[in-house]
Structures are given as C-alpha cells and as structure tokens.
Design a protein around this ligand. Structure first.
Ligand code: BGC
Length: 373
C-alpha cells in the first residue's frame, strides 16, 4: 500500500510502498485513512532538521493529524466498532516503569524524553492507506463533524493550553468571573493570539468561545483570506506590519493572556514584553534552531517579576484534550460553520502531497485525502 515517507539517509520525501498492517493485539483496531492534515512540523521533518524513523526502517511515514474510519476491531477493543470515525492521538508513552506521567497516560508530560510520536519520532504516522492503533489512543468523532474532524489534533494544542492556563490562574482567586456555569470563563479578560495559521485561528476560536475579548496579531497586511476568516468570527485581526507593539498594547488594553502560535521567536519575545499585570503567556511554537536573536531580557525579567507574570510552554496532548477538542469543534460548527470549514483551504491526493510538503506554504490548512475515502 502507498504511504508518504521521509527518507533521512537520502534526504528525500517520496511515495513509498509500505506493508499493509493487520491486527496484532486484542485491543487494537484497523483504521482506514480518510484525511490527514499537513502542518509545520511535517514540513520541517521534510527538511530533515526534525523527526526520526522507527529503529527498523529507513523511512518515516509522515502524518499525525488524522481522521480515519474503523474497519476491524480486536477481541478486547472497547467502545469502537467498524464504521466509526476516529481521530488518533500522537504521543505514545516511554517504556520506563518509573516514568509517572507515562504510567498515568499523560505522556505529553513524559519525564524521560523517550516517548515516541506517530509520524514524528520513532513511529510511523498516518499518511498511509491503513494503520492499526490501540483503542485507548483512538477518539470517536460524530458523523456531523466529518468535514472538519481533521482539525481535532491542531485544536488539542489550544485545549491542552487552556487546561494549563485555568489551574495556574486560580492563583488570582479574586477574579470571580473566571467561573460561569461551573466552567472557567474569560469574560472581562483580554487575549491576544499571535499568528493566523490553523493553530492560531483554532486557538482564537477557543478563546472567543470561552468569553475572552480576543484579538489576532499576525504579520500579513489585511485584507487577506486569513484576516477575513478571523474577522468573520467577530475577532479583530491586527497586522504587525501596520500596528507596532505599543499601538497593539494601547488597542487591546491590559493583555491578560497571550497564545503564541507563530513559532517565530523574535516576534514572540517582543509580545512577551507587553504582557499585562498578572498575565499568562503560552508558548506553543517549535522554532527550528537558528542564530541567536536579540531580546530585551532585562525588560522581560523585570516585568515577569514586578507584574507577577507566568510563562508556560505546552506540547499536546492527553486523551482529555482530544475529547475536549471534539466537543469544542461541535460548538464551533454551530457558531461559525462556514469559517470552520474554510480553514481547510485545499484537499489533495496522495500524489500531490509532496508539493504541499516541500513547496512554499500556501493557504491555511492543507489536507491529503485518500482516494478510497
Ligand atoms: C504535534 C505534537 C508534537 C509536536 C512535537 C506537533 O506538531 O502536534 O503532537 O508533540 O509536534 O513533535
């Protein structure tokens, strides 16, 4: 069967012939690929600065943003049946019995660094016609979300981020509006999302849905398709090209939360320097190693201390973040169906995947659709 593989020894990305999988364990399901999203991590793996094939393979099957359909289940599989739509999580635990997070199925916090990630680190991904996976790593998606469910994985980044933000910010017990109907609420708080790629736009949807007064700050000048999509959510799009930092701070007011989804350290650190009192700054980007940049470290350090700020990094994601992402996609589909669908800018065949992985990035979220889907 066909798969999209990165071959580090040859520095090549190619359609490879990959063995058809069959059920191994009793708790495994066989999944037929429907769609696989392409993200910055995949594109970076294709430049060979990141990513590793499994120990016994010369190539790494790419793809970690998958939507599939169950075709067969093992004897002990629970809660899944053929025909179900599923989204798999990405990270798998390390084998160290003393790694408390991995033992607790929280491998996103793996304490040894020996975790594996499907399609990224030491384990094949989902950009192939069929794959097998254990039931506990597969999350059922309702058929009503069929068109957008490939966005679940990138949305888990925001879900995990907010699962960190809320407990951390309970350090501010006087902020009563943090709770509404038993759920945390951002009402009365200002959030800035850095970047208008899929991670940024999905993060902005999450923050807006949670009640934050949300702004998106991104490079490109408006009008452009991403800016129009953002504005259609009722979220102001502010271009960094015509709004310098001071003007951003003035427009937003005190910045309570920054959700960094740009992966560019220079802009990320500049915005950190305008975070507000008691604010929280969430890093989600993974920049490739480059020459060091200049930052006003004294200003940042002074602010972090004198303004009681928190800076937190987050890598996705546990089962709860996947369940929350599926539930929130349902909410977004009710609120903003057209905007949500238009996040997927192009669907291509497996034969066209190389150009999406290797050429200059275009559109918003590009997706590989499998021929049999
Ligand atoms: C994936 C994460 C992964 C990270 C680092 C991201 O693109 O969404 O699941 O942990 O890359 O490899």
């Amino acid at each position: 069967m066909q798969a999209v593989g990165a071959i580090p020894k040859k520095k090549e990305v190619a359609i490879v012939e990959h063995p058809q999988p069959s059920l191994g364990r009793d708790d495994e399901a066989l999944v037929k690929s429907l769609e696989v999203g392409i993200c910055g991590t995949d594109r970076e793996i294709c430049t060979f600065v990141y990513g590793d094939p499994p120990a016994d393979s010369d190539y790494l099957v790419l793809g970690h943003e998958s939507l599939g359909m169950i075709t067969e289940v093992g004897n002990k599989v629970e809660g899944l049946k053929p025909g179900d739509l599923v989204v798999p999580s990405v990270r798998r635990p390390c084998s160290e019995p003393h790694c408390a997070p991995c033992q607790a199925d929280l491998q996103d916090f793996c304490a040894t660094g020996d975790f594996v990630e499907r399609g990224i680190k030491m384990s094949h991904g989902f950009m192939t016609e069929f794959y097998t996976e254990r039931d506990k790593y597969l999350h059922v998606v309702p058929p009503s979300l069929r068109d957008v469910a490939v966005l679940v994985e990138p949305l888990t980044i925001a879900e995990k981020a907010m699962a960190q933000v809320w407990p951390i910010q309970t350090r501010l017990p006087w902020v009563k509006h943090h709770h509404e109907n038993g759920k945390p609420s951002g009402r009365g708080l200002n959030a800035v999302v850095l970047g208008a790629g899929p991670v940024g736009i999905l993060g902005a949807m999450k923050l807006k849905a949670e009640g934050f007064n949300t702004f998106v700050y991104s490079r490109s000048q408006a009008p452009n398709p991403k800016a129009s999509l953002v504005e259609s959510l009722g979220i102001p799009y502010i271009s960094a090209l015509d709004t310098p930092l001071e003007a951003l701070a003035e427009r937003v007011g005190s910045i309570d939360l920054v959700y960094e989804a740009v992966g560019v350290s220079s802009i990320a650190y500049k915005v950190l320097s305008i975070l507000g009192l008691n604010g929280i700054y969430v890093f989600t980007g993974i920049p490739a190693p480059k020459a060091p940049i200049e930052v006003d470290a004294d200003l940042i350090m002074r602010n972090v201390v004198l303004k009681n700020q928190v800076v937190v990094g987050t890598v996705n994601a546990d089962g709860q973040a996947f369940r929350s992402a599926i539930s929130d996609l349902g909410v977004f589909m009710e609120k903003w169906p057209e905007a949500l669908k238009s996040l997927i800018s192009r669907r291509c065949t497996i034969d066209q995947s190389r150009e999406l992985l290797l050429d200059k990035a275009t559109g918003i979220k590009n997706v590989v659709r499998f021929a049999s889907a």
